[in-house]
Design a protein around this ligand. Sequence first.
Ligand SMILES: O=C(O)C(=O)C[C@]1(C(=O)O)C=C[C@@H](O)C=C1
Length: 383
Amino acid sequence: NQPCTQLGFRDLGSRRFGSVGFLKLDQEKFGKWGCCGALLAQRATKSVEDEKPVDSPGENNQTQIAPSTGFHRDLNSLPKPLSAANLASSPSDGSKVRVAYQGLPGAYSEEAALKVYPRCETVPCDQFEAAFQAVELWLVDKAVLPIENSVGGSIHRNYDLLLRHRLHIVGEVQMVVNHCLLGLRGARKEEIKRVLSHPQALAQCEMTLHNLGVVKVTADDTAGAAQIVAADGLRDTGAVASARAAEIYGLDILAERIQDDRDNVTRFLILAREPLIPGTNKPHKTSIVFTLEEGPGVLFKALAVFALRDIGLSKIESRPQRKRPLRVVGDSHEGSAKYFDCLFYIDFEASMAEPRAQYALGHLQEFVTFLRVLGCYPMDTAL
Ligand SMILES: O=C(O)C(=O)C[C@]1(C(=O)O)C=C[C@@H](O)C=C1
């Protein structure tokens, strides 16, 4: 089983790679193509360490497109890149919802956005953070971001960004993700020696890729992987991506449904500048984040506030508190113990319009040092 690392990068031609070893898509190339680039340039932002919310705990190489790659769609019909120059202008023409997502056209996140807002204008961003910023800066109305997958688990980066930014969760959408192995037109599965994709997608196809004996190489997103294979004419390289990406980038589908678990579901969050007014007309979920007081059994007591009121929890996630990662307990005479201090993220199955949810949060206040409601939104019960 080949590790999902920089292995094989060297073989991928003249491409420039990002310092962390991810395949970094070339901005100049996107500019040149004027199509799939659509990258909102990422500005330096305040880190959670810099931020002190009132209730917070302190917290090119230019490569020519091979003419043979034969894209199906007119490249000009794909979204235009957002750049720093766009930051001052108002994006909304009032007619269509604009939804930011991370990745290139054909990414699953774009598909999720279209599932919720079928007639929306999707706006690709190079990083998750850029999608948050696009909403904050009024460049778009919403952002759709993956938060967890039934096989791969949580997308931690987005948990951290939820706290760092001040957006509200206004919805969720669950989507079955059927991965395909894509290759150049006419390529055969047996010819594929390495496979590019988003780390989550590679993890979801672990067994299949192991059985194929290919080297796994990470890319920024699944559609970006498909684009590299197409643009560089890499005959021995496949991409794990969607059937839609195959169509957009003019690739063949060499194998379908290659994920290890047939029911491979990713849950995405919809973020907006304003919160939803909580309703009771349909089942709702509320997402919160908190830090706990010191003391024995405090987490147990915190969770009990929901159990006592028959409120189910659909998710619990803990993340390190970067401002204060270690908590020292004890005194200098008897010695002290150091604990990792955590932020707890919980999704509970009730609406903030329900008294039992309000009482539960009131009760929870007794045990927390910080509490923030990230959003209250209708549950996606469609799957
Ligand atoms: O790369 C993409 O196409 C994405 O939309 C990202 C992403 C993820 O981060 O989980 C979304 C859905 C799948 O689970 C695989 C990848």
